[in-house]
Write a protein that binds this ligand. Structure first.
Ligand SMILES: NC(=O)c1ccc[n+]([C@@H]2O[C@H](COP(=O)([O-])OP(=O)(O)OC[C@H]3O[C@@H](n4cnc5c(N)ncnc54)[C@H](OP(=O)(O)O)[C@@H]3O)[C@@H](O)[C@H]2O)c1
Length: 275
């Protein structure tokens, strides 16, 4: 990874756009890239979060956009189109306690729009942008390692399990994992890197809010900083799909080997316990 000193001597500050970068994991990744000398832009829908970032981190460029509105998203992407970037992370996500509370229409619409539809809209735009940028700069094939342009998305370990009783969240993250894999194959000839993150529980404010202020009981929960370290490693090592923490990866991989009806029964009885 480039250091600030290297960037200064090369007079080169790469630009990262983090969609869903106004809180939680996305904001932590934004601040991390800033310490590495990147120029950072973040996108979110909450005016309060944006105002907070503007006052506490004035060097970060902020964009307000409600990703559930395709027209708003398109306007944002049109506005960003003239601005070169080397990395985009899609960290926007919507999740609820779907197993405890019945999934209502509003939550269903929001989850589908943010976790799947806006993700596809943004990735499609971003891949076109990067291809165009590379064509103009003629430098694509010379770039290696952390210099490569990259598209990253934050899915979830929930999306790595294949069973009929999966939640809308798990199904939309599963679709995200498959989409990222297709983009990875499609962008390989352009030397554009695509990585997908399928993590277990991360102790963010959003997760704590869903758990009455304390998510420490969640199995194998990790700190946001530990997740940032794993994600940066994934990007540097160009891992297609990073599933962590290891303990959760072993469990989900073992579960995936069970016959589907057994897996369905186990998850149904486990997930519905809190009802
Ligand atoms: N925390 C975990 O345990 C965990 C585990 C696995 C995967 N993940 C995934 O990690 C990602 C980040 O989660 P987090 O825990 O850090 O949650 P978070 O703090 O709520 O972050 C979600 C981000 O998405 C943005 N966002 C949500 N709705 C939006 C909308 N309609 N328009 C524009 N932006 C929107 C939020 O900004 P605004 O509020 O400003 O709109 C925020 O920046 C999510 O994709 C989540 O599914 C989380």
């Amino acid at each position: 990874m480039k250091t600030l000193v290297e960037d200064t001597t090369k007079n080169y500050a790469p630009h990262i756009i983090i969609v869903g970068g106004t809180s939680g994991l996305g904001l932590a990744l934004a601040l991390h890239h800033q310490t590495l000398g990147w120029q950072v832009s973040v996108v979110g829908s909450s005016a309060a979060k944006i105002a907070d970032i503007n006052s506490q981190h004035p060097a970060i460029v902020t964009y307000v956009c409600d990703l559930t509105e395709p027209n708003q998203t398109q306007t944002l992407l049109d506005n960003l189109s003239g601005i070169p970037f080397q990395r985009l992370i899609y960290s926007a996500g919507s999740y609820t306690n779907e197993r405890i509370h019945h999934l209502n229409q509003a939550d269903s619409d929001q989850m589908l729009a943010i976790n799947l539809q806006a993700f596809e809209q943004v990735f499609r735009w971003a891949s076109d942008q990067l291809k165009q940028q590379l064509k103009q700069s003629h430098q694509a094939l010379d770039l290696t390692g952390s210099d490569r342009t990259s598209l990253i998305c934050i899915a979830s370990i929930a999306g790595t399990m294949d069973y009929p009783y999966a939640s809308l969240y798990a199904k939309s993250k599963r679709a995200m994992i498959a989409t990222a894999s297709a983009y990875r194959a499609a962008l390989a000839p352009y030397n554009i890197q695509v990585n997908c993150i399928a993590s277990g529980y991360i102790n963010t404010q959003a997760l704590r809010d869903l758990n009455d202020g304390d998510a420490s009981h969640k199995p194998f929960i990790m700190s946001t900083q530990a997740a940032v370290v794993r994600i940066m490693q994934t990007i540097n090592d160009d891992v297609e799909l990073a599933i962590f923490p290891r303990s959760m990866r072993y469990i989900t991989s073992a579960l995936n080997h069970l016959p589907k009806p057994v897996l369905n029964w186990i998850l149904r009885s486990k997930l519905d316990k809190a009802r």
